[in-house]
Ligand binder design. Structure first.
Ligand code: GLY
Ligand code: MN
Length: 373
């Protein structure tokens, strides 16, 4: 199919300006960025080897430098034409050397990313520099999605919605097919409908396997009366969708209807709690309370959701232990589940964007209980 409409243009220079404000707040003169996803977010560069140096006061960006190796000489010029590019295989060490040549002073490094060995190598290179550990600054910016990012997320969610509809339409969920066959067919359909990659290993879990939250598809065959839990996503423009739907094959029992209705009510409570200024742990609590009141709190064995974007799991976590509050434009999943070991389970998950007037739903597949004939 044709390349998807990229929508609004990405705003890399604005993102770097926002990072510079954080560098001033964190009292470092520059940040050495070595996480490749953070580099992609700040520059558009998608190569597999890079380091980036961003200066706190460098509003004209004369000093902003990206370093990569010879394989990416053309690509870096195309993807980051506004930045000074250095070509050196030891990209991070070269950037530390440049910071030293420019007598930078306090240079932050991403202490949640850099290994002990890399740190040792930086220290050996860092003549006259003060290397300062900082954590999660770019990730903090990445939580709030701009118009370009929401466009990519929506396109990824549409690819997943369309693929699932096509799977059901072709009779892809029927007794006798294996979990693996269903997973591979759904993945193929996502590619047919615009995905550039799958967001993570597709989960198809039938019958008792549906009680395993992150079951890996096996040769188990779908059977009449089974719950079939499908958790999957597409990647478009680097952005990940994430959606779970649970179906019943042939005929739903009273027990299945009761559990499904409970999880659906908990999922609605979670979605309705999403608003700017709300603590992430309060969103988890709003959904979890529905399941606890029904007496099944012990069977909801994971957090309610997570941020989603250039990575399938990113900040903020939405869990009992979550910290911080939501902001307008934060993209998250809401995915409560109830799992009866040895019997079956239900999870229902959407990808949404937090908005002042109520969350923007990006995954549109129906959440009504669907009994597949
Ligand atoms: N939907 C997969 C996950 O959140 O881990
Ligand atoms: Mn998820």
């Amino acid at each position: 199919m044709a390349d998807h409409d990229p929508g609004p243009r990405p705003t890399y220079a604005l993102r770097r300006a926002a990072l510079r404000d954080l560098l001033v707040e964190n009292r470092v003169d520059a940040l050495l960025v070595t996480d490749l996803i953070n580099i992609r977010y700040l520059t558009g560069f998608t190569g597999s080897n890079a380091a980036l140096l961003v200066y706190a006061w460098d509003t004209t960006e004369d000093r902003t430098v990206i370093c990569t190796d010879g394989r990416y000489r053309t690509q870096v010029a195309e993807q980051s034409p506004d930045l000074r590019a250095e070509i050196n295989r030891a990209s991070a060490r070269r950037v530390v050397e440049i910071a030293g040549e420019w007598q930078t002073g306090r240079v932050g490094f991403e202490s949640h990313i850099v290994t002990v060995e890399q740190h040792r190598a930086f220290l050996a290179q860092a003549t006259g520099l003060d290397l300062v550990p900082v954590s999660g600054l770019v990730e903090q910016l990445r939580m709030v999605k701009d118009a370009f990012e929401v466009h990519q997320l929506a396109a990824a969610c549409t690819a997943a919605d369309t693929a699932l509809a096509a799977l059901l339409e072709r009779g892809g969920l029927r007794p006798g097919r294996t979990e693996r066959q269903v997973a591979r067919e759904l993945e193929w359909l996502m590619f047919e409908h615009g995905a550039e990659a799958v967001a993570f290993e597709t989960i198809v879990a039938t019958g008792v396997n549906s009680a395993v939250p992150h079951h890996r598809p096996t040769g188990a065959e779908l059977a009449t009366g089974d719950f079939v839990k499908i958790d999957f996503g597409a990647v478009v423009g680097g952005y990940h969708s994430d959606m779970t739907r649970t179906f019943v094959l042939g005929h739903a029992s009273d027990w299945q209807r009761e559990i499904y209705d409970l999880v659906l009510r908990a999922q609605r409570a979670g979605r309705e709690a999403l608003a700017p200024g709300v603590a992430t742990k309060a969103v988890d609590a709003a959904s979890r309370a529905v399941i606890e009141e029904a007496g099944y709190g012990e069977l909801f064995v994971h957090g309610l959701g997570h941020g989603v974007g250039l990575r399938i799991h990113e900040a903020p976590g939405i869990a009992k232990t979550g910290t911080g509050t939501l902001l307008d434009g934060v993209a998250v999943t809401v995915e409560p589940g109830v799992y009866f070991p040895g019997r079956g389970g239900v999870r229902i998950e959407d990808t949404l964007v937090v908005r002042k007037g109520g969350p923007e739903l990006l995954t549109h597949t129906s959440k009504d209980l669907t009994v597949v004939d």
